[in-house]
Structures are given as C-alpha cells and as structure tokens.
Design a protein around this ligand. Structure first.
Ligand SMILES: *Cc1c(COP(=O)(O)O)cnc(C)c1O
Length: 426
C-alpha cells in the first residue's frame, strides 16, 4: 500500500482501525478529516454539525485560530523541558489560571484521569497530614454511576461493570453513595476516616443527570461541617459548558467566578481537563488553596509533560477565548432555546420522552430500553442528515455542540433533529 500518495476512503480507514487498533471504542461510522468552529468534515467532504465536541473538550470550536496560533508559535520555540528545569511559559500560565478560577495554586497534568488521580492523592495526603487520619485508613466518598476516567484506581470505584470487570484487584478506600442524595452523603460523612467527597456537578457520562436544586450547596456545607474536602470533577461540566464558567457556579453566567456570587459552591479541590485546551492539546489541572495544595512537596507527584510550555500557552489562549467570546453566556442562552425546542418536538413524538441538561450540556431520553439499538440507530440517522451525536448509555443521547454556535446554526440543528425524529422508523 502506498501510504503517502493514496487517499483512503472512509471504509478503508475504518478497516485499518479495526485491523490494527485495539477495540476499546465503538465509534459511529464516520471518519473525520477536518474541523472548523461548529463543523467537521468527513474524508469524502461531507459536512456535519459536531454535537459531541469531543466530550466537551472543543467548547471553543474546532481549530480555534487563536488557540492554534498559541500552539504553533510555542511549538516552534520550545516544546518540552520537563519540570527538572523552569520554563518561561509555566509561571505566567499558573498565575493566569489561578486568578481566573480563584485559587492559590494549580498542579498541571495532561489527561482528565491524571487530574482525578492527582486530586485523590492530594486528598489522601491532606487527610493524613492535616486531618490526622491514621495511616492507610482514609476514605473518599464517590457517587453511583460516576465517571472520572479509566485508571486502575478510578475504575475501582466505578459501578459500571464494562469499565471495571476483570481489571481487579481494585484500589480500596472509597465509599459509594447514590448521586443527588443529601441524606446518603450525611450518613456517609459520619463513617470514620472520611477525607473527602468526589463529585461531578452534573453527571455527564451517566446521561447528563442534573442534581436537584441546592444539592451541591448542601453537599459543600456538609463536607465543611465534617472537615471533609469537597472535590468537584468539572472535567466535562467546566469551562462554560453548562452556561456558567463552572457548574459549581450555580445559575450565574457572568463568565467568571466572582467572590460576590452567592450561588458559587467553591470546591476545596477543582479538577479541570478537556476544554481547558479547547481540544487542541491534552491539558488538565487541579486547583486548590495553599492549606491543601501545600501537602504536595518535591518528588510526591509529577508528569514529564505536565505543565509543558505548549500546554501552558494553549490553555491560556483557550481560557481567554472563553471570556473574550462570552461563551458561558452563549451556552446559557442557547441552552434555554435548545431545551424549549426539544420540548416542542417531544410533544409531537413518542420516540423521545424528555430532554434535560444545563447550558449546552443536554440529553434526550429515548423511549426504549437501555439494551435497544434505537438511540444508536437514531444517531446513525442524524449522521446521515448532517449532525454527529452519540448515545451515552443505551437509551440516552447527549447533545453538546461547541459553544461558539450561533442562534441561527442552533436552529438549523434543531431542524435536522426534528426531521430525523419525524422520519425515524424503529
Ligand atoms: C472525560 C472525563 C474524565 C477523564 O478525562 P480523560 O481526559 O478522558 O482522562 C474525568 N472526569 C470526567 C467528569 C470526564 O467527563
């Protein structure tokens, strides 16, 4: 095969992945070759609206010129020093990101799972050194149907058998309670040796479960009252996706965390990933104040690529775009419109039962069983009509377009969804 000259078809490229790649994903049958803003194009040149945004990594839109420029400029200057030496990009980024989110310190990593692992390590060390929990006894409370990544420790506290079966032995030290259940949290916090509560402000992978009004506020209060750390995994919900800078900001769409804001449920540890780079480079981060982050000393933790100059420049540009283009406000406004339009469509079909979400993180619930292929088949039909989305779990389809979408574009997408649902035959 001539790999340099020949242009392969979608079918051929799918076969290559199937033959040579591990089968750890089951992609929708579309092979993308280009992206710009809210659009992606397949190998044959067909254009689609991206309604997944790489699981909310591409909030700023595909190939945002400002973010791409930050990356290419830095890539031609200095790419990696490791943290054995200082570099001239990391300090300015650390100042920027900590002021942006209102914390004393940041610890930069690469993937979301690494940032979650980092938060777990910080929480445990804090528990032994600050709270006085006996060695190896610390416990972290987590929720049913959580998704925090794929490492051995993280899947140890997942209740998804597909994610965890036959990957044991599992890491101990976690207590799992129902999500959106204040009483369960209150009870779990009474157990001995609790170090913290790790929670997604909205459960994305589980199917966009938005907790009841006041849940996060109450959870944070209970953690405070019991000297346990309130740890927010905003890898998916953060950075303007849900109509506020963070989902823990509550219903404020000012676009930044402001201290005056009454609805802000400040986490003790904030975990970010995905959109912190606008989807152009793997960047993640853990933020906390000095009393907590101070437990980390040289040699405790690190990553060869964490905090590298490209990551620092890319993340700074990506966060600037969020504010410059008022993406939190846009997500808030378009989200309202989207759910109203979905409710209008739902009233006229028995294929879809409900829509839920916040900002531009939404899901529709398909009127069929979890095991049915209806949601998948509907996604294939949406693809044929020019819109890319994927089921999260069985009968739930997540809709999460880039936040740079205009109202006109959103209404085009609503029309595609309406037409697809109307014409769909099980
Ligand atoms: C995607 C995700 C992660 C894991 O991030 P990776 O970059 O895939 O390791 C962790 N937590 C949440 C809530 C996520 O959505």
């Amino acid at each position: 095969m001539n790999t340099t000259m020949e242009k392969l078809t979608s079918e051929e490229l799918i076969q290559l992945e199937d033959k040579h790649g591990a089968h750890n994903y089951h992609p929708l049958p579309v092979v993308l070759a280009k992206g710009e803003g809210v659009y992606v194009w397949d190998v044959e040149g067909k254009k689609y609206f991206d309604f997944l945004s790489a699981y909310s990594a591409v909030n700023q839109g595909h190939c945002h010129p400002k973010i791409v420029k930050a990356m290419t400029d830095q890539a031609q200057t200095l790419t990696l020093t490791s943290r054995a030496f200082y570099n001239d990009a990391l300090g300015p980024f650390e100042k920027y990101v900590t002021e942006y989110f209102g914390f004393d310190k940041v610890l930069p990593m690469n993937s979301g799972a690494e940032a979650v692992e980092t938060a777990i390590k910080i929480t445990r060390k804090w528990a032994y050194e600050k709270k006085g929990i006996a060695e190896n006894e610390a416990k972290i409370i987590v929720c049913e149907n959580n998704f925090h990544g794929r490492t051995t420790t993280i899947i140890s506290f997942s209740n998804d058998p597909v994610a965890s079966n036959n990957f044991g032995p599992y890491t101990p030290g976690f207590i799992r309670i129902p999500y959106d259940d204040v009483e369960a949290l209150e009870a779990a916090l009474q157990e001995p040796n609790v170090a913290g509560f790790l929670v997604e402000p909205i459960q994305g992978e589980a199917g966009v479960y938005v907790p009841s009004e006041g849940y996060l506020t109450k959870a944070r209060e209970l953690c405070k009252a019991n000297n346990a750390l309130f740890i927010a995994d905003e890898v998916q919900t953060g950075i303007a996706r849900t109509g506020s800078l963070l989902a823990v900001c509550g219903n404020c769409s000012c676009g930044s965390t402001c201290e005056k804001q009454e609805t802000y449920n400040e986490p003790d540890i904030l975990i970010l990933g995905k959109a912190i780079s606008g989807g152009v480079y793997p960047v993640s981060a853990v933020l906390a104040n000095d009393d907590i982050m101070g437990v980390i000393t040289p040699g405790n933790h690190g990553s060869t690529f964490g905090g590298n100059p490209i990551a620092a420049k890319v993340a700074t540009a990506a966060l600037e775009v969020i504010k410059d283009e008022k993406l939190a406000e846009n997500a808030q406004q378009l989200g309202e419109l989207f759910r109203a339009e979905m409710n209008r469509i739902i009233a006229n079909t028995d294929l879809v039962n409900a829509v839920r979400g916040r900002g531009l993180l939404n899901a529709i619930l398909i009127n069929d069983t979890e095991e049915s292929s209806t949601a998948w088949d509907l996604c294939v039909a949406l693809k044929e009509n020019g819109l890319l989305a994927k089921p999260t779990h069985g009968n739930i389809i997540r809709f999460a377009p880039p936040l740079v979408m205009t109202k006109e574009q959103l209404m085009e997408c609503v029309a595609i969804i309406e037409k697809t649902i109307t014409e769909f035959k099980k």
